[in-house]
Design a binder for this molecule. Sequence first.
Ligand code: 4NP
Length: 149
Amino acid sequence: MPSVLFVCLGNICRSPMAEGIARQRAADKGVSARFDSAGTIGHHAGERADPRTRAVLERHGIPYDGRSRKLTADDFEQFDLILAMDRSNLADMTAICPADHRHKLRLVLEPTGGGEVPDPYYGGPDGFDAGYRMLLAAIDRWLDGLRGA
Ligand code: 4NP
């Protein structure tokens, strides 16, 4: 079964949202895959997702009860695809990823043009809604790719 890890900075805003969306959309589409998320910093480790992320997911009927955790060296071994929210996350991951796993590291928005999911942490709720829309479109495309995997 393919496995996908979503990565952002704190693992409380964008990557938990991506994980929740992916799990629900995969179930809707009949795609079998394992999903998780992590942050490049451990600052929020053990915390629930940001209330604004939880509110967006709840509004879309997506359950999420994950806790923040920091990206580990083991993740590069364990996951087939490791998707960064922005170029800064991608650079941070690349810096600690063994060369033979670097092909797994990609930007999550690559299938919809390769831009970035902006960090919504210091902004208002609009940033979370915008992130949801970007992630939904891109994740649907990734899942279509995984369907045949
Ligand atoms: P995330 O957002 O990377 O989407 O989870 C952030 C969460 C926390 C912080 C920054 C971004 N922080 O600086 O604590």
